[in-house]
Write a protein that binds this ligand. Sequence first.
Ligand code: NAG
Ligand code: NAG
Ligand code: NAG
Ligand code: NAG
Ligand code: NAG
Ligand code: NAG
Ligand code: NAG
Length: 483
Amino acid sequence: MARKLSILEVLLIIFFLTVLALDIFLMFFVFQKDEEAEFVPECPEIPESDRIDCAPGQVVTEDVCRQQHKCCWKPVPDTNVPRCFFPRNWGYEANSIQNDTSTGFTAQLRKLPFPSLFGYDVRDATFTAEYQTSNRFHFKISDTDNKRYEVPPEIINLSERTTNTSNLNYYIEVIDKPFSIKIMRTSNRRVLLDTSIGPLQFAQQYLQLSFRLPSTAVYGLGEHVHQQYRHNMTWKTWPIFTRDAAPTEGMINLYGAHTFFLCLEDTSGSSFGVFLLNSNAMEVTLQPAPAITYRTIGGILDFYVFLGNTPEQVVQEYLELIGRPFLPPYWSLGFQLSRRNYSGISGLKKVVDRNRVAGIPYDVQYSDIDYMDGNKDFTVDKQAFPNLSDFTSDLHKQGLKYVIVMNPGILNNSDYPPYMNGRTKRVWILGDNGFVVGQGYPGWTVFPDYSNPICTQWWKEQLSEFHQSLEFDGVWIVSCYSR
Ligand SMILES: *[C@@H]1O[C@H](CO)[C@@H](O)[C@H](O)[C@H]1NC(C)=O
Ligand SMILES: *[C@@H]1O[C@H](CO)[C@@H](O)[C@H](O)[C@H]1NC(C)=O
Ligand SMILES: *[C@@H]1O[C@H](CO)[C@@H](O)[C@H](O)[C@H]1NC(C)=O
Ligand SMILES: *[C@@H]1O[C@H](CO)[C@@H](O)[C@H](O)[C@H]1NC(C)=O
Ligand SMILES: *[C@@H]1O[C@H](CO)[C@@H](O)[C@H](O)[C@H]1NC(C)=O
Ligand SMILES: *[C@@H]1O[C@H](CO)[C@@H](O)[C@H](O)[C@H]1NC(C)=O
Ligand SMILES: *[C@@H]1O[C@H](CO)[C@@H](O)[C@H](O)[C@H]1NC(C)=O
C-alpha cells in the first residue's frame, strides 16, 4: 500500500515547485529582455516616401531612435519625412496558418523581440480573415489571451454573405515573417493593399497598421476640413476623435468619425475602400509612397475592404455594411442661421427680422443652449425667452423652421424630472461604480446610453413631451463630453 505524504512533505513539494516555476519565469523574462537588448534593426535603403514613423508626434535624438527604439535613423532636409523610422524586421511572426476553410483563414501571430514603444505589448495575437462576399473582405487582429473591447456587432449588417468563394474579385497572400498580407484584385492581379510597408503594432494602448496603396487618389476620412476633396498625400496626419473641436483647416474632425477611405485605382473607375471598425481615438497618416497608416489607442484592429468597378459601387458596398443614411427633410438642406447668445428672445427676433428685411434667403433658425433654464435639456429659460412658443409659431407662419440644440448630458438632480424618469429606467452609461457622472453644461451630469433600447424610448418620451410645449422642427444633438 502506498504511504500517505505528511503535511510537511506536501508543503515542501509545493515550495520546491513554486521556486522552480519562479525560476523558469525569471529565466524566460531575462531571456526575453536580452533578446530585446540584442535586437538588431534591419535598415536597408528604404525610400524616403516609404518611411513609417517610429516616433510619431515626438522629436527624438539619434541616440533614442537607435538605442532605445531600435529603429532606423537618417535625417533628410524635408522635416516632414520621418528621420526615425521602422526597420524591416519589426512586427509579428505568423505561425500555424489555417487555410482549410473555404470562407477564410486564421493565423497565430507572435511578437518579434523588438523593444516596446509604449509598453504592454500584446505577445500573441490572432489574425482572422473572412471572404464575406465577392467584393468584401474582412480581417481582424485580436489579442489571443485577453478579451478587448470590440464595437458591438449589431451596429453593422453582416446579413449579406457569399456562399461561393470561387468567384471572389480578390485574393490574398500572406507573408509569415514579419507578418504581412497583400490583397489583390483578381481581374488584373493589381495589389490593392500591402501591409509589408510597416510593422503591425499591437500594445495595450497602441495599435498600428500601414498599407501601401496602388494610387494617390485617396478620398474620405471625415470629418475634416481640407481645401480639396482629394487628399494631399504629402505627409499629412489626420486625428479622428469626436471631441467637439471647432472645424479648422488641417485639424481634428468635429462630431463625425469616419474611419473609411476610398482609393481610385486608375482612370477606368476601379476602386476599393477600407473601413476600420474601431471607436477609440485614433489618427491616420497619409504619405507619398503612397501609403496610409492607422494608429488607434484601444480596441482591436478590425478592417473591412470593399471592391468596386466604380467609386459609387464601393460606397454602396460600405453602406450595405454600416447602414444607409436616412433621407433628410428637404428644408434641412436650406440656408441656416445659428449661434449662441443672441441676447434672449428680443435679440433673436431682431436677427430674424433683420434678415427678412434684407431679403436674405433663409430657411432655418436655431437656438443654442442659452434658451434652456440652467442649460438643462427639455427646459426653457422663461425670463430670457418668454413666449418662445409664440416666436416658433411666427417662424412657422413665415415658412421658416426652428431647430434647438441639445446636449445629452443630463443633470443628476432629484428635482429634475428627465433625470428622475431616466434613473428609474436605469438608462445611463454605467461605470465601475454605478452610473458615470461628469461635468457637463448644467453641472454634474449622467450620460444616456443610446445603445440601450430602453434609453432610446426614454429619450423619445422626453422629446415628445417637450415638443408639446415647444414646436421645434429639428434637434441638433451636440456631442457631449465630460469637461
Ligand atoms: C441588412 O442587409 C439586408 C441585405 O441587404 C437587408 O435586407 C436588411 O434590411 C438589412 N438590415 C438592416 C437592419 O438594415
Ligand atoms: C461558383 O462560381 C463559379 C465562377 O463564377 C461558377 O463557375 C460556379 O458554378 C459557382 N458555383 C456554384 C455552386 O454556384
Ligand atoms: C489558401 O489555399 C489556396 C489553395 O491551396 C491557395 O490558392 C491560397 O493562396 C491560400 N491562401 C492563403 C491566404 O494562404
Ligand atoms: C500638399 O501639402 C504640401 C505640404 O503641406 C504642400 O506643399 C502642397 O502644396 C500640397 N499639395 C496640394 C496639391 O495642395
Ligand atoms: C455665451 O454666454 C455665456 C454666459 O455669459 C458665456 O459663458 C459663453 O462663453 C457665451 N458663449 C458664446 C459662444 O459666446
Ligand atoms: C406672452 O403672450 C401672452 C399671450 O399671447 C401675452 O399676453 C404676453 O404679453 C406675452 N409676453 C411677452 C413678454 O411677450
Ligand atoms: C450628482 O453627482 C455628484 C458628483 O458625483 C454627487 O455629489 C451628487 O450627489 C449626485 N447627485 C445625485 C442626485 O445623485
